[in-house]
Design a protein around this ligand. Structure first.
Ligand code: B3K
Ligand code: ZN
Length: 850
């Protein structure tokens, strides 16, 4: 980590690099504390660039030798890179550097995990491997020779030669340095193969540590499904002879799409029924697809600069969501995505860290791998598709691939293919990329002898650095229901482009009930203005599954809101509506399980704050508990039926059908546990033959303040399995009563298995503390203090993970004065820590500036 004073980089300052690269040859002589990296790079002047300064990024490198066309030179070296005088003609650049992967705890560049060498270069990690123009618009083919005393030596592209103790890999596709990867270790392959649509054979391997071979089958199937799906839906074929995936235990995020050599956090690829939950399987399938899809959206077509990150991430998230919808249930996926967006992106977009989908400045780019860039970025693509239609979307994508293959592109390039395909002017639509904050839509309606008028208004609150907001193009999918519940106008898309706009519907026999923002057609906050009677009506009749769910959700939210602010009791309208939905055996069990899921504590905190209240975490927690208790009593008679409907006779499969049944069964079990004080959950725990059942029944017991015996037998059973042990850590902190949460978390930090330098373990413990809303916001500030203590400790070791977890404090301004002061004190303490990383400095100062 460079300690240089933070500099801010601006999108507007982009200039191309002065040189192009024709080829890169790298040789690695691996040694834990003294790896030698020799580079041989063919540069030539870039005719499209004016600035000919020759600066190569390089950090934490010991330069041994540098030469131009074979003649040694002595370049000027700083903490950030080197500058040299070079010919104004093609030349061959050579350097030899030494690096220390064994001491690289930041997990960026070349590092070691359990004796295995691996890399993470996105966004700016390659500069910790050798001197290089480490920017995504400099692309080249790579040949890599690895010399090392380990059985498996991997890099990007195709294997071209090997011998005892060495291997050579050649990647024929030009790529930026952030897609470089190297892996060396004692690994076992789980092999398979795939034949592409033009009949080319591809060798597939999932590489794991010995002992993990039994957890590969699902990931491999997911990979083959992804390859097939991308051929069928996007016409994209794989382009190398091999595709390798490696599982690594120490990893800062989920996975990385390096060309031909994807590197995965082991939690994002290893799975077995005994050790993984249905949710784990679904996430793994999605991440494998996501990384694979990057081969075209990210690798073949990459980003010009890091401001364009959403070009590859938004599009690839959108593609993986389409894949999941096709593999599983589209409505269920859409509801999950809306829940996730509201839980993670909305607070970001409406707080101190708010930034546009395409940010315009940054200090540390790693801080911008956010929910806004990824998930809102994907929503923007979904809106574009809805506006132009499926056919035009497909044509535009084909044009994008044809026109830009092999290039490093911008959002302007992306929008241009849509403009050229459809003739549509996307100037206003482009505001989605530059304007931050979540648009809020309010609704008013009028009815006059057969004509129904719907008026929609949009407004976006000011966000940091953007006080003025302009109207955006918002596709509002919409339908009308008649008083008897029949749909009188099927779904159509209203295009809201003005601050306020009215839409008229004529020829109606009676005043209809509108169903607005069907399928969650835009990432906005909608104030329907619906009465609870309308909501109950939509819950019973809406043909749009998303809005039907939303109606139930709104009823629950309104009920909770009144319980918190007016001391109201749980309300019959919500409970009766819920009961009717649960009784409907024609509805997908997964969908019914979702209906039973109440809004989260933090979502309620947002709603309260938005409507002028100061959220009281304990009051929110209490209201949710009370409503769950009332739900259990209200649906009591139905619980045995839900239980029997959720039974699965067939052997365990993590597919949509079985996992939907288990989700419903376990939602019912959670209610049952509130009535039988854990008898059934204890029996289910004893019977469980898969992790979904085992964990769900244990969770029920812990939530009821029971399950001590089961918790310790769970530990004994699984202490050898690091991924299951992460669950053991997380579960206890997520499910204790709020008054005990910080103390339980503190106790667990003293557990011998708390390997805090492992990001998964750190997140399992401290991430669970941060997401246990009432527990983290304990009135005495002990939750804040514990998290800050550990962030301060982790920062010098792993700045990236530290900075990301600072987001736990992003909502600090919402709370009461006392909590605000406690959080500010911890944020200040972090910010005043000597030698704080650039990552954490930027995050904490943005949060404090709120
Ligand atoms: N592109 C990587 C994320 C890299 C994060 C760098 N801090 C994984 C993904 O989005 O597929
Ligand atoms: Zn991605």
């Amino acid at each position: 980590m460079s300690d240089a004073a933070p500099t801010t980089i601006y999108l507007k300052d982009y200039t191309p690099f002065g040189y192009l690269i024709d080829s890169v040859h790298l040789t690695f002589d691996l040694a834990a504390h003294a790896t030698r990296v020799t580079s041989r790079i063919a540069f030539r002047p870039n005719p499209d660039a004016r600035d000919r300064k020759f600066f190569l990024h390089g950090e934490q490198l010991r330069l041994i030798r540098a030469a131009i066309d074979g003649a040694e030179i002595a370049p000027e070296v700083t903490d950030e890179g080197l500058t040299a005088n070079v010919p104004n003609a093609p030349f061959v650049w050579e350097t030899e550097v030494e690096i220390d992967p064994g001491n690289n705890t930041a997990l960026e560049g070349l590092y070691m995990s359990n004796g295995m060498y691996c890399t993470q270069c996105e966004a700016e990690g390659f500069r910790k491997i050798t001197f290089y123009p480490d920017r995504p618009d400099v692309m080249s083919t790579f040949t890599v020779r690895i010399n090392g005393d380990l059985p498996v030596l991997l890099s990007n592209g195709n294997p071209t030669a090997s011998g005892q103790g060495w291997a050579e890999w050649t990647d024929p596709w030009p790529k930026p340095a952030y897609l470089f990867a190297l892996v060396a270790g004692d690994l076992i392959a789980y092999p398979d193969q795939f034949t592409t649509k033009s009949d080319r054979g591809v060798e597939l391997n999932l590489w794991v540590r010995p002992g993990d071979e039994g957890k590969c089958a699902f990931g491999m199937e997911a990979l083959k499904k992804s390859m097939k799906w991308d051929e069928e839906v996007y016409g994209r074929e794989y382009d190398l002879d091999v595709f390798n995936i490696v599982a690594v235990d120490d990893f800062n995020m989920g996975a990385m799409e390096n060309k031909g050599l994807n590197i995965f956090n082991s939690s994002a690829v290893l799975a077995s029924p005994e050790t993984s939950t249905d949710a784990n399987f679904e996430r793994i399938e999605a991440i494998i697809a996501h990384e694979y899809f990057h081969n075209w959206t990210g690798n073949r077509i990459t980003c010009r600069d890091w401001f364009q990150l959403c070009l590859k991430e938004g599009l690839t998230v959108f593609r993986d969501a389409q894949f999941t919808s096709d593999m599983r249930s589209a409505p269920v996926k859409r509801i999950h995505d809306a829940i996730d967006l509201r839980a993670r992106q909305f607070p970001e977009d409406n707080g101190p860290l708010s930034h546009p989908v395409r940010p315009e400045s940054f200090q540390e780019i790693n801080n911008f791998y956010t929910s806004t860039v990824y998930e809102k970025g994907a929503e923007v693509i979904g809106m574009l598709k809805r506006l132009v239609g499926d056919e035009a979307y497909s044509k535009a994508l084909n044009l994008y691939f044809d026109r830009h293959d092999g290039q490093a592109c911008t959002i302007e390039d992306w929008l241009k293919v849509f403009e050229d395909t459809t003739g549509r002017d996307l100037t206003q639509f482009k505001r989605w990329y530059s304007q931050s904050g979540t648009p809020r839509i309010s609704v008013s309606e009028s009815w006059d002898s057969g004509t129904y008028t719907l008026t929609l208004s949009q407004e976006t609150h000011p966000t940091p650095g953007q006080s003025e907001k302009l109207p955006q193009v918002i596709p509002v999918a919409f339908g009308l229901l008649g008083p008897n519940g029949d749909e009188v106008r099927g779904t159509q898309v209203l295009e809201l482009t003005e601050a306020t706009q009215s839409f008229q519907f004529t020829g109606l026999a009676a005043k209809p009930i509108p169903s607005i923002l069907r399928d969650f057609s835009a990432p906005v906050i909608l104030d329907h203005g619906h009465s609870n009677a309308d909501r109950a009506f939509l819950l019973a009749h809406d043909t749009d599954p998303f809005n039907r769910w939303q109606a139930g959700r709104s009823l629950a939210e309104d009920n909770l809101f009144r319980m918190i602010t007016q001391d109201s009791a749980p309300d019959g309208q919500f409970l009766d509506g819920l009961l009717a939905v649960l009784r409907d055996g024609d509805l997908d069990p997964a969908y019914r399980a979702l209906m039973l899921q109440l809004p989260s504590q933090s979502e309620l905190a947002s709603t309260l704050y938005d409507s002028g209240h100061t959220p009281d975490p304990l009051a929110i927690w209490t209201a949710i508990e009370t409503l769950k208790q009332a739900t259990a009593q209200h649906v009591q008679d139905l619980l045995p039926r839900l239980h029997s409907e959720s039974l699965v006779d067939a052997p365990y499969q993590p597919d949509a059908e079985q996992s939907g049944k288990r989700a419903l069964g376990n939602a019912a079990l959670a209610l049952t546990t509130r009535l039988d004080s854990g008898t059934q959950a204890a029996a289910e725990y004893d019977r469980a033959n898969n992790m979904t059942q085992q964990l769900a029944s244990l969770a029920c017991l812990l939530r009821a303040g029971k399950g001590e015996t089961q918790l310790s037998s769970f530990y004994d059973q699984w202490q050898h399995d690091r991924l299951v042990l992460d669950k053991w850590f997380g579960l206890q902190i997520s499910l204790t009563s709020p008054d005990a949460t910080p103390a339980v978390a503190l106790g667990l930090t003293q557990h011998p298995e708390f390997n805090w330098k492992n990001p998964n373990r750190f997140r399992a413990l401290l991430g669970s503390l941060a997401t246990n809303h009432a527990g983290f916001h304990h009135a005495d500030g002990s939750g804040y203090q514990l998290l800050a203590d550990w962030l301060i400790r982790l920062d010098p070791v792993n700045p990236q993970t530290t900075a990301r977890m600072c987001t736990a404090f992003q909502t600090w301004k919402r709370y009461d004065d006392k909590r605000q002061a406690l959080m500010r004190a911890q944020l200040t303490r972090i910010s005043e820590t000597p030698n704080l990383s650039r990552d954490t400095t930027e995050m904490v100062s943005r949060i404090l500036d709120a």
